[in-house]
Design a binder for this molecule. Structure first.
Ligand SMILES: Cc1cc(-c2ccco2)c2oc(N)nc2c1
Length: 161
């Protein structure tokens, strides 16, 4: 009688320029997460692995080609008006080719990794980005109101890789 929670798989990719302590974010110009800076990502298709989906979304949304891809965390989002949770696999890209180009979905912009535009990002980001800065893999769970902006409950913690 144990009910599994239905969930949908997503990726979220952050290209890093480690030499200059910068991270590439995209300002979403339409659709889900519009008017927020975020990593690059989206749904994982049925015919691809999660890392393949991460690379595809990065290239589609930023023009960059990932040469290295490391999963750094897992985020689970639960919504008060939707039974399907979002299972978001978060990746860092340290080696990439190409230069970021604006798409109709995203306007790319580099930020200092300790100078993130949190007020213009999803509310959860300021909770788990510190794990990224400390090189700690993390799991985060966030319960959101229907407005998708308000966190009603959260738990997040570092995990061993
Ligand atoms: C609810 C939610 C979704 C996403 C998301 C969708 C696709 C990839 O990520 C988020 O990303 C961030 N940073 N917070 C997020 C909250």
């Amino acid at each position: 009688e144990h009910q599994a929670m239905p969930h949908r798989l997503y990726t979220l990719v952050f290209p890093l320029d480690t030499q200059n302590d910068k991270v590439l974010l995209g300002m979403k110009k339409r659709g889900f997460g519009r008017d927020k800076y975020n990593g690059f990502g989206g749904k994982v298709e049925v015919n691809e692995t999660i890392p393949e989906g991460a690379s595809r979304e990065l290239h589609e949304e930023s023009g960059l080609v990932a040469k290295s891809l490391n999963q750094c965390g897992l985020l689970l989002f639960y919504f008060e008006n939707d039974p399907v949770a979002m299972e978001v696999h978060v990746f860092l890209v340290h080696k990439y080719e190409g230069t970021a180009v604006e798409s109709d979905e995203m306007r790319p912009q580099w930020f200092g990794t300790r100078d993130m535009p949190f007020p213009l990002m999803w509310a959860d980001d300021s909770r788990w980005w510190p794990y990224v800065l400390k090189d700690q893999k993390f799991v985060g769970q966030f319960w959101l109101k229907a407005d998708q902006a308000t966190i009603t409950r959260e738990r997040h913690f570092a995990v061993d890789s």
